[in-house]
Write a protein that binds this ligand. Structure first.
Ligand SMILES: CCCCCCCCCCCCC[C@H](O)CC(=O)SCCNC(=O)CCNC(=O)[C@H](O)C(C)(C)COP(=O)(O)OP(=O)(O)OC[C@H]1O[C@@H](n2cnc3c(N)ncnc32)[C@H](O)[C@@H]1OP(=O)(O)O
Length: 720
């Protein structure tokens, strides 16, 4: 894993551990042996550490965390590097991150390919740079820059790193050759002033000021996360304590993080990010064996808020879009809005004015569907009504070329029922964007019974091209996101009927880490949307919903949200919803005594005695209900693996990444506890049938020891 090559008087330690040269145990052993060997070899006068392949080490091996640590630890390897009697030069290329950058900071010199990047992304894994990164970096950059680099986890490009003093020289030619030449030039020079442990933090006197400012910032930006705080405490130690004591403090803070639930969740999330887009169908077709079609042009049908935002997703990566809206006034408004949104992106430096211009040049608005005959992909984004969508798909099927894919942005409707309207069900799929579609990262791609593997490959590929995190799910009512989130919404409203207020429920879930509580989300998206969907569904089933309706098809129903609709309280857009706002479209939500009155009178009219609902019950009723549904989603094969569900919740529903997602959270709570509580609530609320425990959950909970999350589907689903 580490090749030892001597060239004249230079020993080269070449790290060879693809794909990212992670500092696994054998790499650490190889580096330590290499340094010792080079120091014992009389012919060697300097040592170069370099990575083979695409990069210098990009960090410790994340898969080793959570397992018993194996010696030598990286710190011991690093200390041997720094103590070397012969100069050690780290030659960086690719991404020198985390432990990789720490190896470089133990070295006496650092040179780097001018295209390389460095950084400490540990905080994103709920960790800190625990091989003295937090106490060595400030000695080079000063406190403010070190605090920023370490608490953000951002990559820094090589010229910037040179400017901060992290690097000594940039290389544009052959890195190994240049490293050897550099090594020769420093032979015999004194090393003590190159050993960072011997150098003071130059702005140590200002540490309290920097610490207070940075702490306030991380508490605001990374609410609820412990890693950024520990990073700062350790950096403060670098300025206040002698080096050895600062290193001891760093080790203690690192251990606290390594054993934390947050780090376990963030490390799980790191691998879930990479695993979720890797799709596989029950037929065996997968990302490995199926080629996507090439998509060169797209039509978006419907120029409402959603359709317009979807169009932006494509044009900003250079894919031409025909935006079709039958009402010319709406169309012109949409085109204007798109221009304004892109202008906003220019102001925020997200795109240049030129890129905006180029994007708008490949956007064309049309009022007739006939114009889409030649596009490769259609994304329909009209009102959520099955009949309307079926009519549109039937027309599209006649108009579009046979190879075109027809996709719907439906958020709930069965793709099979849309596909039957066409003669090309293999080319019909769902592409469920989340509002605001040009900002939200998630794309929930949906396959139906007849969707072909190449259609799946194409929608997953196009998702990646437009910069989305794409997750594939099988069609069902509400897919994964809305199907599971419905339980959160239902329980939240039922708790209002039983004693809670919107702000109570939202506060508990926001303290848990959700980006927004369910009532603030409803106010943001507009409660009229939900009302219309409920009315449509009731009409389809021949049911008349009234204020007195308490059950629909035997299921508990709350008419409170309908009451809000009747009062014209649609949310932020009307300046009133579950909360009060200063004016329509204002963002700050204020608890509203009028809502308290509405809820109280609703309870009186239903004869419900209100009670105090404790925070734990709010968490359990909202999240455990969703988790139970998540297990049903797994047992039915709607989602292939728990990671897919968790990634959907993180990127689409604001679930805190540091808790992994609802399924990972369930694994941390323990499946026995989840199962027992689900059974308890099913007893308490038999008219909410979603509380019926999932078979998969029951079976997994019946094991004498916890079944690890990566075995949930493989172990039990096949036996169900
Ligand atoms: C209680 C007991 C106490 C005991 C104390 C023990 C003391 C220990 C001493 C402390 C040591 C601390 C050391 C250090 O400070 C900690 C770290 O270094 S943490 C790691 C920091 N680095 C990162 O977070 C980088 C993570 N990787 C990336 O950001 C990206 O992968 C990349 C490097 C930018 C490359 O991106 P891409 O080209 O897009 O490639 P992929 O992301 O798809 O990755 C390809 C492939 O590699 C896998 N992988 C990537 N990085 C790592 C890694 N660091 N470890 C393991 N595996 C890694 C990735 O999962 C992909 O694999 P695949 O999914 O394809 O199988």
């Amino acid at each position: 894993m580490v090749d030892y090559i001597v060239d004249g008087n230079i020993a080269v330690l070449e790290i060879n551990n693809p794909p990212v040269n992670a500092l696994s145990i054998h790499v650490r052993e190889g580096l330590l042996t290499g340094i010792q060997k080079a120091n014992q070899d009389g012919s060697v006068q300097a040592i170069v550490i370099i990575g083979k392949g695409s990069t210098f080490p990009s960090g410790a091996d994340i898969r080793e965390f959570g397992k018993p640590p194996k010696e030598p630890w990286l710190t011991a390897v690093g200390e041997a590097i720094e103590a070397s009697e012969k100069p050690v030069i780290s030659a960086l290329h690719g991404t020198a991150l985390g432990g990789g950058l720490e190896v470089a900071l133990f070295s006496h010199y650092r040179i780097a390919d001018e295209r390389s990047r460095v950084g400490f992304p540990e905080v994103k894994l709920g960790l800190l740079p625990g091989a003295q990164g937090t106490i060595r970096l400030p000695r080079l950059t000063g406190l403010a820059v070190a605090m920023r680099i370490i608490t953000s986890g951002d990559h820094i490009n090589a010229p910037e790193a040179l400017k901060y003093g992290i690097l000594d020289k940039l290389i544009s030619g052959n890195l190994l050759q240049e490293a050897k030449t550099f090594a020769k030039s420093v032979i015999g020079k004194p090393l003590d002033n190159r050993r960072l442990s011997k150098i003071a933090v130059r702005d140590a006197a200002t540490v309290d000021k920097h610490f207070d400012e940075a702490l306030a910032e991380v508490k605001r930006k990374y609410k609820g996360m412990i890693a950024p705080v520990n990073c700062l405490k350790s950096i403060r130690g670098s300025a206040k304590l002698p080096f050895v004591e600062a290193a001891r403090l760093e080790a203690a803070l690192f251990r606290e993080l390594l054993t934390s639930a947050q780090s376990a969740a963030l490390r799980y999330s790191f691998f879930a990010d990479r695993s979720a887009p890797r799709w596989k169908l029950p037929s065996g077709a997968s990302i490995e064996n199926t080629k996507p079609d090439i998509i060169k042009s797209v039509a978006v049908i419907g120029a409402g808020t959603m359709g317009s935002a979807i169009a932006i997703c494509f044009i900003r990566v250079g894919i031409p879009v025909l935006l079709v809206e039958q009402n010319d006034k709406l169309l012109q408004n949409a085109l204007k809005n798109i221009g304004q949104i892109l202008q906003g992106s220019v102001k925020l430096n997200r795109i240049t004015a030129d890129q905006r211009k180029q994007s708008l040049q490949i956007l064309r608005g049309e009022t007739s569907l006939d114009i889409v005959s030649d596009v490769d992909l259609v994304v329909e984004a009209v009102f959520e009504n099955l009949k309307l969508k079926q009519e549109i798909f039937a027309r599209l099927d006649k108009i579009c070329k046979p190879s075109a894919l027809l996709c719907s942005n439906t958020s709930t409707l069965d793709i099979d029922k849309i596909a039957v309207a066409t003669n090309r069900p293999g080319k019909v799929a769902g592409m469920h964007f989340f509002a605001p579609a040009h900002i939200m990262k998630l794309l929930e791609n949906v396959y139906g019974t007849h969707t072909s593997p190449s259609t799946v490959a194409t929608i997953m590929d196009i998702g990646k091209r437009i910069g989305k995190v794409s997750v594939l799910v099988r069609t069902c009512d509400g897919f994964v996101a809305n199907r599971m989130n419905r339980m959160v919404g239902n329980e939240a409203v039922f708790m209002l009927e039983e004693g809670a207020l919107p702000q109570d429920v939202d506060r508990v879930l926001e303290d848990f880490g959700m980006a927004m509580g369910p009532f603030r989300v409803t106010d943001l998206s507009g409660s009229d949307v939900g009302w219309r969907i409920r009315q449509e569904r009731a009409k389809e089933q021949g049911i008349q919903l009234t204020y007195e309706t308490r059950f629909v098809n035997g299921e508990r129903y709350s008419s409170l949200p309908d009451r809000l609709y009747e009062l014209g309280r649609y949310g932020q857009k009307t300046g009133k919803g579950w909360y009060r706002y200063e004016k329509p479209f204002a963002r700050t939500a204020y608890p509203d005594p009028e809502i308290t009155d509405v809820i109280n009178s609703h309870c009186r009219s239903l004869g419900i005695e209100r009670r105090v609902i404790p925070p734990q019950e709010i968490i359990e009723r909202c999240l455990f209900a969703a988790i139970n549904e998540g297990f049903k989603v797994l047992e039915e094969g709607v989602a292939e693996k728990p990671e897919n569900i968790d990634i959907i919740w993180q990127y689409g529903l604001g679930f805190p990444r540091y808790r992994g997602g609802p399924m990972f959270y369930a694994s941390q709570v323990g499946l026995k506890t989840i199962y027992e509580r689900v059974c308890y609530y099913y007893d308490a609320f038999p008219h909410s049938s979603y509380w019926a425990p999932s078979d998969l959950l029951r079976k997994l909970a019946s094991h004498s020891t916890e079944v690890p999350i990566d075995q949930w589907t493989s172990k039990e689903r096949s036996r169900l």
